[in-house]
Ligand binder design. Structure first.
Ligand code: FPP
Length: 250
C-alpha cells in the first residue's frame, strides 16, 4: 500500500481546514456482490475489489488523522452463504493480511479484530493473530476488522460474562449499571464511532455495533463498496461536519 496524495476538489479542501474529522469511523461495506453481477463476474471478484477499497480507505483515514476505523468484514450471519464464497472470503482475508503487512507497518497502522474470532478457520486465526502481534506497538490509525461479528452476539457474550460475575458474587444485581455492560463489549477500549458509512444504499444496521452506534451520525451512499473512493469518503466527512450532534440535548 503506497501512500498516494488524496485527490480532492477545491471545495472539499475545506474538510482539512476544520478540526472535526471523526475520531472513529465505522463502515458497513456493502455491494460487492452487486458490483460483480453488473459486470458478469463471480461474486468473489466483487470481494477482491472490495479488499482494494479497504486498502484505499485505510490510507485515506491515515492521511486524515482518523484514529479508529472499524470495518464489517464478516457477520455471524454470513456463514449462511455458499461454502465456496465463505472459504474465498477467508482466503482473501489471509491474502490481504500477508500482502498489506509492510504497508500497515509503514503507515503506523495497528490492526485489531472483534467478533467470535475463535470460530474462524484456523489459518485465518493464525494470520490475524500474527498481524495483530506485529502491529501492536504502532501508534497511528487502529484498523479494527469485525469478523464473525454481530451486535447481538456481542451483547450475548457480554451479558454471559456479567451473569458469571453475579453467580460468583463478584457483582450484586443492584450494583449493575450500563457501564458494566460497556466494559464487557469487544470494543471496551475504544470510543464509540462518530460516523457510520454504509454503501450500496441499504438503510439498515444489519446487526453492526448495536450498542456503540447509539449517537453515531449515519451516512448512506448508493455507491457500491468496490466503487467507493477517497473522494466519496471526503464527501461523507464533509456531510458529518455539517451535522449538529446534540446527544439528546438541545
Ligand atoms: C457485503 O457485500 C460484503 C461482505 C459480506 C464482505 C466484505 C468483504 C470485503 C470487503 C473483502 C475482504 C475484507 C477484508 C478486510 C480483506 P455483499 O456480498 O453482501 O454484496 P451484495 O449485497 O451486493 O450481494
Amino acid at each position: 500500500m503506497t501512500v498516494e496524495p488524496v485527490a480532492f476538489s477545491d471545495d472539499l479542501a475545506s474538510v482539512f481546514q476544520k478540526p472535526v474529522v471523526p475520531r472513529h469511523l465505522a463502515v458497513i461495506m456493502d455491494g460487492n456482490g452487486r458490483w460483480a453481477r453488473t459486470r458478469g463476474l463471480p461474486r468473489v471478484e466483487g470481494h477482491q475489489a472490495g479488499a482494494q477499497t479497504v486498502r484505499r480507505v485505510t490510507e485515506a483515514c491515515c492521511e486524515l488523522g482518523i484514529e479508529f476505523l472499524t470495518v464489517y468484514a464478516f457477520s455471524t450471519e454470513n456463514w449462511k452463504r455458499p461454502k465456496e464464497e465463505v472459504s474465498a472470503l477467508f482466503g482473501l482475508l489471509e491474502h490481504f493480511l500477508n500482502q498489506e503487512l509492510p504497508s500497515l507497518q509503514s503507515n503506523n497502522v495497528r490492526l485489531q479484530a472483534i467478533g467470535r474470532l475463535h470460530e474462524l478457520p484456523s489459518n485465518a486465526q493464525r494470520a490475524l493473530q500474527e498481524t495483530i502481534r506485529q502491529t501492536e506497538t504502532n501508534t497511528g490509525l487502529t484498523l479494527i476488522l469485525a469478523l464473525n461479528y454481530s451486535g447481538r452476539a456481542e451483547l450475548e457474550d457480554a451479558i454471559r460474562e456479567i451473569c458469571k460475575s453475579v453467580a460468583n458474587k463478584r457483582l450484586q444485581p443492584g450494583e449493575f449499571t450500563q457501564e458494566h455492560l460497556r466494559q464487557h463489549l469487544y470494543t471496551s477500549q475504544w470510543p464509540d464511532p462518530d460516523l457510520l458509512i454504509r454503501t450500496s444504499g441499504e438503510m439498515r444496521l444489519s446487526n453492526f455495533l448495536l450498542w456503540q452506534l447509539s449517537y453515531t451520525e449515519l451516512y448512506v451512499t448508493p455507491k457500491l463498496w468496490p466503487d467507493f473512493t477517497k473522494l466519496d469518503l471526503l464527501e461523507a466527512i464533509e456531510e458529518f461536519q455539517r451535522r449538529q450532534r446534540r446527544y439528546g440535548g438541545i
